[in-house]
Design a protein around this ligand. Structure first.
Ligand SMILES: NC(=O)c1ccc[n+]([C@@H]2O[C@H](COP(=O)([O-])OP(=O)(O)OC[C@H]3O[C@@H](n4cnc5c(N)ncnc54)[C@H](OP(=O)(O)O)[C@@H]3O)[C@@H](O)[C@H]2O)c1
Length: 318
């Protein structure tokens, strides 16, 4: 593309959302260490983002490997500014990792998450179930946090994807555009009790974005009415689960709409990872979690699309 500047024109360009910490930071580090990918580490907060890039520079990565650009996935003008930057600087985008998300929770006052590692002792000897039970006891799930999660996790991801899609589709003649949505077993359809909702979201040939909007609208109105469990919505981490279900559905719609070899859209589960989102309660390190995501981002051209991967293997969305 005219005006595009890239010091390594044959390398792929990747954008990672929410790259300043946790799994996103590690995805940036691993992709940037590949030697054939220039990573645009994005973060909503400029200071946190540039500090994250500095950390990667301290590990020996250069500005051919990683650069920073601000991106708040809920802010239209921020998304547009990233699109302009990519067009001017690289003229293309090869990989988009939709990682940024929030948990849709409030932490009880007794918990101060300044450093997730300080919780290491607390979780020693606890299995996954006990750790999740501890989390449930430690958090509240108010409606305003659920609304914010829907706005960020689903609509933010969707708007970033739609805005960057033209760049991904023309990514380059030699490589396919790849989109990876970071997902979870919390996004599996079996967690949705309403049979009609479950069936519609799994009917990928006929599923529309409008139907996903309706499902999310119903979720929030049932939440507001205090009727989550009675109406078949998952209990505990409800907003996180429902937004993951919706994002999986969106990824599948995108894959259906772009079946040609120009684009691959998949979802990847990093596992239960020690990050701020899990208050350090996870059983995997961010390095281990990110590895599963990077594996899907770097699948060879011509690979699967519209699929869900867990522990590096293809699995069911249901
Ligand atoms: N941890 C797990 O066990 C686990 C399991 C399955 C799936 N996941 C998924 O993995 C992804 C990363 O989670 P994590 O555990 O690494 O969480 P995390 O440590 O809390 O990191 C979340 C990242 O998202 C960013 N973010 C939040 N809202 C944003 C916005 N509006 N615009 C741009 N960035 C925003 C955060 O930025 P700030 O620093 O500015 O807040 C942060 O960089 C999420 O999609 C999560 O659902 C996590």
């Amino acid at each position: 593309m005219e005006g595009a500047i890239s010091s390594r024109p044959n390398t792929r360009v990747a954008v990672v959302t929410g790259g300043n910490k946790g799994i996103g930071f590690e995805v940036c580090r691993q992709l940037a260490s590949d030697g054939e990918v220039t990573v645009v580490l994005t973060a909503r907060d400029e200071t946190r983002g540039t500090e994250a890039v500095e950390k990667l520079r301290a590990l020996g990565l250069t500005d051919d490997d990683v650069v920073f650009h601000q991106l708040d996935i809920t802010d239209e003008s921020s998304i547009a500014s990233l699109g302009d930057f990519l067009k001017t600087r690289f003229g293309k985008l090869d990989i988009l990792v939709n990682n940024a998300a929030i948990a849709g929770l409030r932490i009880q006052k007794c918990y101060y998450p300044q450093d997730v590692d300080t919780n290491e002792e607390k979780f020693a000897g606890m299995d996954t179930k006990q750790r999740l039970e501890w989390m449930i006891k430690t958090v509240r799930e108010p409606i305003d946090a659920a609304k914010k999660a829907v706005e960020t996790n689903y609509y933010g991801t969707k708007h970033v994807t739609q805005a960057l899609l033209p760049l991904l589709l023309q990514s380059s003649s030699s490589s396919q555009g790849k989109i990876v949505c970071v997902s979870s077993d919390y996004g599996l359809l079996k967690l949705i009790g309403d049979e009609e909702v479950r069936r519609d979201l799994d009917d990928i040939d006929n599923l529309t974005e409008e139907r996903v909007d309706e499902v999310l609208h119903k979720f929030l109105s049932d939440f507001e009415a205090g009727a989550l469990e009675g109406r078949g919505w998952p209990a505990g981490f409800s907003a996180s689960k429902v937004t993951l279900v919706a994002t999986n559905a969106f990824a599948r719609i995108m894959a259906r709409r772009h079946p040609t070899l120009a684009l691959r859209v998949n979802c990847a589960d990093p596992g239960y990872v020690k990050t701020d989102m899990t208050m350090g309660s996870g059983v995997l390190t961010p390095e281990e979690g990110a590895c599963s995501v990077v594996g899907v981002a770097l699948l060879p051209d011509g690979g699967p699309t519209g699929k869900y991967f867990t522990k590096g293997r293809e699995a069911s969305f249901v």
